[in-house]
Design a binder for this molecule. Structure first.
Ligand code: GLN
Length: 292
């Protein structure tokens, strides 16, 4: 992590935070489902990829934070949509399972998979060494680019200008972890960083003058800036992080099965077409790209 941050800083880059928003609106049924899932007997399924278990028989349970557009968000009618949701649906289809999306805070989504309450966490999750110690990651399916949002008339024009400023981030994300690290490690110090429950709240704090900038993954940053006049994304070099699906450390059979499905979905162009549906890469907006 520290090494990564140094690399990002050395390259004059930025980090990430998170985005959230409507998560609390759609958690009610989810919590019940998660509780049921946790108490359910572990079910096993036989597929071409071999035998694997899921927390609920016939169901692929995905924990996420559905306030991270365009990867996962909640529609007006309360459905879940986004790149992760569609890729997860395609994986579930391949494995003969029904997808269930459990919406919660980002750090809870990471915990759910570690505690065996969900089969996988898919939430624009950046692969880090610290997370690798507590969960398994599939092959990467996308690249996340880190960016800084400021007010249009901000005096912050570069990463260096962030020294001594108040930085908004989302709790539990790489953006918070990098920014709150010590200056020796390339961070800005804990006192200069505020962790919000979600990215939308962090962006609102920026617009209200409570923080000077927000560090967040570029794809949701683009969405937030589009939706809120008066904001801009720093025109600085961008850094790439790999997004992957987190799977419980003990469930390597499921990890293998998901990796098998993911490889097929990458090879036949499904992953690319899902990403293209949500991110316009032709506009020069390098919000994200599919991992090789
Ligand atoms: N990519 C960032 C991380 O993994 C943020 C993810 C998110 O907020 N959903 O920490």
């Amino acid at each position: 992590m520290k090494k990564l941050l140094s690399v990002l800083l050395a390259a004059g880059m930025v980090f990430s935070v998170t985005a959230c928003g409507a998560s609390s609106e759609s958690t009610a049924s989810t919590e019940t489902n998660t509780a049921e899932a946790a108490s359910a007997e572990t079910a096993s399924t036989e597929t071409a990829s071999g035998e694997f278990t899921t927390v609920t028989d016939g169901v692929l349970t995905m924990s996420t934070n559905a306030a991270f557009p365009p990867y996962e968000m909640t529609t007006d009618s309360g459905d879940f949509e986004g790149i992760d949701v569609e890729i997860a649906g395609a994986i579930a289809d391949k494995l003969g399972l029904e997808l269930q999306v459990d919406d919660m805070d980002f750090d809870a989504a990471l915990l759910a998979v570690q505690q065996g309450k969900s089969d996988m966490v898919m939430a624009g999750v950046t692969v880090t060494d610290e997370r690798k110690a507590v969960m398994n990651f599939t092959d990467s399916y996308a690249n996340g680019i880190q960016s800084v949002i400021v007010l249009e008339d901000s005096d912050i024009a570069s990463i260096d200008d962030m020294q001594g400023k108040l930085i908004g981030t989302q709790a539990g994300t790489t953006g918070y972890i990098y920014c709150s690290d010590t200056p020796e490690n390339g961070g800005f110090g804990e006192d200069n960083v505020i962790a919000y429950d979600n990215g939308i709240t962090a962006v609102q704090a920026l617009m209200n003058g409570q923080v000077d900038c927000v560090v967040i993954d570029n794809a949701p940053a683009q969405e937030f800036v589009k939706a809120n006049p008066g904001l801009k994304i720093l025109d600085t070099e961008y850094a790439n992080e790999d997004y992957a699906i987190g799977v419980n450390k003990d469930n390597t059979a499921l990890l293998d099965a998901i990796n098998g499905a993911l490889a097929e979905l990458k090879a036949d162009g499904t992953v690319d077409s899902i990403v293209a549906k949500y991110i316009n890469t032709d506009s020069g907006d390098a919000a994200s790209s599919t991992a090789e």
